[in-house]
Design a protein around this ligand. Structure first.
Ligand code: ASP
Length: 344
């Protein structure tokens, strides 16, 4: 039984889930939230109130940006007291970035914020959107017997799995099962019943929601590959205004031992640019003391990113830079878990 007056805010940002084929041209176009009721009559059977908020115009998530994240944080924080939970309909392409950003920007969150979307539009017969949306709404409204929310976290729900948002990566442009959280198990699995793994779900910290709106996007990602050219690396580190770099390394955090690369990294650290070491592998963690190649990076001032996803590292850096942290503070906080995003 749900407590009386349970309500969820459904926020539609855009993405495939909210597109319907135009009956004349067949092209996919965005639809309004009212049309949703028509495509999912099951919504009326849910025994709680669903209010809606729509981005105008809806966005393909390839256009997602820090400004849209600020908009989302404003929408959620201004209505925070009114709802038991929030469901965000979002394109799949950058959903993992948005989920990661929200997990840092919504400090002190003690209600569910569930992002979902679909690979096929809601109006298509074989759509995965219907189940994704209905189960996300169920999860966003689910409470313990004392009325406290079951999942007070930013999550992605997709194809039967509830994943911690800042641990998630889009893995498939084809399969319904499009997202994975390689370094943290699912928080819940939906079959006939929704089975929650309570031990894995974060317990909210006591205190109020503290929304953060400032982000600094002077961040870059540098993915290493055998043969990467010195000019490319040096030009990236010479970018005006650059303040942080996510360095995607090999295996457990290794990089070529070229002197010019280590010099570039040392010089960047000396100029206050924070460089964070993330592995290119899907699963596992960076251990900078394991091989000599990783150890040299550490000596050059590179910070260990542990088992962070790139999505999480990029948005965490934007968040910390926006908070006006010093390079020293950023280096320290990149090695601490702020919202369950890394295992240290
Ligand atoms: N391009 C779309 C988007 O991310 C794809 C999707 O929704 O799955 O908005």
């Amino acid at each position: 039984m749900k407590p009386k007056n349970t309500s969820v805010l459904l926020i539609y940002t855009g993405g495939t889930i909210g597109m319907v084929p135009n009956s004349e041209t067949g092209a996919l176009q965005n639809f309004s939230l009212e049309q949703l009721q028509r495509h999912i009559p099951e919504l009326q059977k849910l025994n709680f109130r669903i209010d809606t908020y729509q981005f105008d115009p809806p966005m393909d998530s390839s256009d997602m940006n820090p400004g849209a994240w600020q908009h989302l944080v404003r929408v959620i924080s201004e209505r925070y007291a009114e709802y038991n939970g929030f469901v965000v309909l979002h394109g799949t392409d950058t959903m993992a970035f948005t989920a990661s950003a929200l997990s840092f920007m919504l400090e002190g969150l003690d209600k569910p914020v569930i992002l979902t979307g679909s690979q096929l539009p809601i109006g298509v017969l074989r759509t995965d959107g219907k189940e994704n949306l209905l189960t996300s709404l169920e999860i966003a409204s689910a409470t313990h017997s004392d009325g406290s929310p079951l999942v007070p976290e930013v999550c992605i729900y997709f194809e039967n799995h509830l994943l911690r948002g800042n641990r998630t990566t889009k893995m498939s442009a084809e399969n319904f099962n499009a997202f994975r959280s390689f370094n943290y198990p699912p928080l819940a699995t939906a079959g006939i019943h929704i089975k929650y793994d309570y031990m894995l779900i974060r317990r909210p910290m006591p205190g109020r929601l503290r929304p953060h709106l400032r982000l600094d996007d002077n961040v870059a990602v540098l993915k290493l590959f055998p043969g990467i050219r010195r000019e490319v690396v040096e030009s990236l580190f010479g970018t005006p205004g650059l303040r942080a770099v996510v360095l995607e390394t090999y295996g457990s955090g290794n990089a070529p031992r070229e002197d010019w690369l280590l010099d570039s990294l040392r010089s960047a650290a000396g100029r206050g640019i924070v460089v964070v070491n993330i592995t290119q592998c899907c699963a596992g963690t960076v251990e900078m003391g394991r091989y000599e190649t990783g150890y040299r990076l550490k000596q050059a001032g590179v910070v260990c990113g542990y088992d962070s996803t790139t999505e999480s590292a990029v948005t965490k850096l934007m968040f910390l830079l926006g908070e006006d942290c010093t390079p020293g503070e950023i280096r320290e906080r990149m090695q601490q878990s702020l919202a369950g995003e890394i295992t240290v």
